[in-house]
Design a protein around this ligand. Sequence first.
Ligand code: GDP
Ligand code: IMO
Ligand code: MG
Length: 439
Amino acid sequence: MKKSTQTRNNSIAVIGLSFGDEGKGKITDYLAQKADIVVRFQGGNNAGHTVVHNEKKFKFHIMPSGAVLEKEIVIANGCVVDPKVLLEEMEKLRSFNKSIHLKLSSTAHVIFPFHRILDGLEEQAKTEYRVGTTKRGIGPTYADKAARYGLRIFDLIHPELLKKKLTNLYRIKSKLIQYYEPDWNEDFEAIFEEYKGYGEKLKKYVVDSAYFLNKAIDSGKKIIFEGAQGTLLGIDHGFYPFVTSSNSNALGISCGTGIPPKKIGPVLGVIKAYTSRVGKGFVPTELKNEVGDKIREQGHEYGTTTGRPRRVGWLDLFNIKYSVMINGVKYIAIMLLDALEGINPLQICIGYEMEGRVLESWPIHPEKVKECIPIYKTFKGWETRPREEWQRIAKEGYESLPEEIKKYVSFIADELNTKIGMLSIGPERDSTIVLDEFF
Ligand code: GDP
Ligand code: IMO
Ligand code: MG
């Protein structure tokens, strides 16, 4: 009989528990100091992950955030890849003198220009159910994957396959675009030549990522699975239809990488100290007032990918509780606590009331959520302080935090029945307080 090997804590999943932009990039970069490999397993360049270190700001859309530390990075099969954006991001990183150790899955799907066009056209057709997508072609590319005429990276790097399959896809997609815009016509040869060129450039990075990752994990390598978007934006368990097109939760890791669930370590759920959301979809705790404006300015809440102002609201623990359940979250990281400075009092949503009834669980359907009234608990806020003061606190650790923050975060952890893994009080790598060494 084979001896059992314990591989669980060699890997960790960094998962957003809300509507994205929770600070996954910062946490992944922090944890990557101890990792060998950082993996993206879903989504595409709709993501915008920010890493700040030594006064430099890195913005990642498709590359895993571990790239700042020059770790091995994997774009796994569950992702959709715009090769132009990937090559641009690699170029940008090289301009910072960073070496790139990329593995690109041969079974990830490819985003083409007509996917981006269709993303915009389909949005218009959705009327009141418009999602407010990033218009990066994410939805149409995943739709083609499910329809089984999408092209994969393997096709991209084999010109004869690219030509054959792209001819087919182009024919179908042009008809669809012409349904919306009868005069549309983009030269097939130009798209083919452009993508053939991308294939040539990317060929050397392409691997069977499921095999590569399983081998790595079995040999004891430390791996971070970096989620994109957030659990409530997930296609199966999110706020459908106001979601993205992949499983942006821990359940997506196995499908998106080919690593069996038993080899995937604990889930670190990332939340902000408040709620933020870009795109459409009702947010019960939204603050459409001066308090919301103040949080937006203090947290620099403008989209990393599209630059759109993010909608801001009180922390909603009721929908996050649902995310904790879906992901099996063990640890949480609470981010942007500094961005709430000077706001008093603070509120946290702990439940919803609908038609005079207190609900037992988050009602999932947008039509139902719209009918809900949040139930709040009030907290005393903490004072504004200069940046250097926050940095001093980060250096000294948990004990130096204002008592009001300690009460706020303890309540969150208790309410969610999770442990606090990390607290973040600034965008820089060292503005992080670690409470539990779980990785
Ligand atoms: P992601 O998509 O989850 O990686 O998050 P984004 O990078 O899109 O958005 C989070 C933003 O908050 C970025 O601008 C980060 O630099 C910033 N950030 C992360 N943690 C903190 C924090 O604790 N305090 C402040 N002030 N900013 C933070
Ligand atoms: P990160 O990884 C926040 C939102 C869009 C839109 C919906 C669908 O930085 O957290 P899509 O282009 O995916 O079809 O858009 O999802 N969205 C995000 N919101 N952060 C993101 O990524 C997002 N990626 C997509 O605004 O509402
Ligand atoms: Mg983001």
